[in-house]
Design a protein around this ligand. Sequence first.
Ligand code: KG4
Ligand code: ZN
Length: 368
Amino acid sequence: MNSEFSSSEAKTLTVLGIETSCDETAAAVVRCAENSEILSNVVRSQIDEHTEFGGVVPEIAARAHIEVLDQIVAEAMSEAHCDWSTIDAVAATAGPGLIGGVIVGLMTAKAIAKAANKPLIAVNHLEGHALTARLTDNVDFPFLLLLVSGGHSQFLLVKNVGEYERLGTTIDDAIGEAFDKTAKLLGLPYPGGPAVERHARKGDVTRFKLPRPLLDRPGLDMSFAGLKTALRTQAQKLEPVDDQTICDLCAAFQRAVADVLAARTRTALTLFKERYQDTKPTIVVAGGVAANQEIRSALTGAAEEADARFVAPPMNLCTDNAVMIAWAGIEHMRLGPVDDMDVAPRPRWPLDSTSAGVLGAGRKGAKV
Ligand code: KG4
Ligand code: ZN
């Protein structure tokens, strides 16, 4: 994994990253010199702890982070063959997310930074997602980011480190959340996204008609709650639903989401071209929903039509991980000294301070 910098920026930096804002406990070490290298990437998913509840339970998540974080950090350091003397800084997610988990990660990072006498970098989780493609695919500023996960659904214009403009967001459910709720109401297991995709493959996409919410309105905002309700209404009419009906409903739901995302992506690319007439647009997709093949091909198609570059970082760096947090820390350090020791954990922390406020807390944390 390489990312080249100009020689003036080529100072070696080795950063330990820590991520605990949702249901992954993660630690990683990333080194940046002339090229950048992921020295370790340890992720422990809590899916087993949350499965029986059909979603992430904040209190259980926080406790699970406490139990394993020390061990995960030790593993990341040992896999990277690093000791504290070879680390230049500790970066940790300071928000947005489930506050119990964020507190665990940030306080652990502060303790390590204090004990090892290293600077602490407080990273916005969304910024971690936003900057990953610069590590994995050498993407230059400015570019578009579509973040589609269980807690977030938004289009961001990434102008520079620390300069982000939110172009559009969901006005209700995050996309992953809509997949999870749809799966639950059809009796499919958690997490719902992969289960819906598996069933959709066997479904007849023409049998049910579902709406394409908000597409009759300009702009880049999205809505997914109505889609889920429309699906429930169709399912209730046919109760008890048989296996084929479940597959057909999944196919209709997935196609509707893919259509909405493709349409909004086309609009985002048009907007980008108007703003940056001499720059070939790049659209980066991140978040767990990016694993969905139908959504991916809809986005690839929209990018191709607009002659734009489409970038999807490797799946293990698209979902929550600590490499992205270490990398965001490096990006900040390259701009000058950072000392965030007195930063407080934040459940809500929009990347774009000028955009409208967040929508409240969802099952997977703050919706932004
Ligand atoms: O980024 P992520 O791992 O965690 C956070 O939400 O932060 O995303 C998890 C979300 C879940 O809602 C899950 O159902 C969804 O991503 N997801 C998918 C697929 N794989 C995971 N959604 C649709 N299709 C998939 N194949
Ligand atoms: Zn995330």
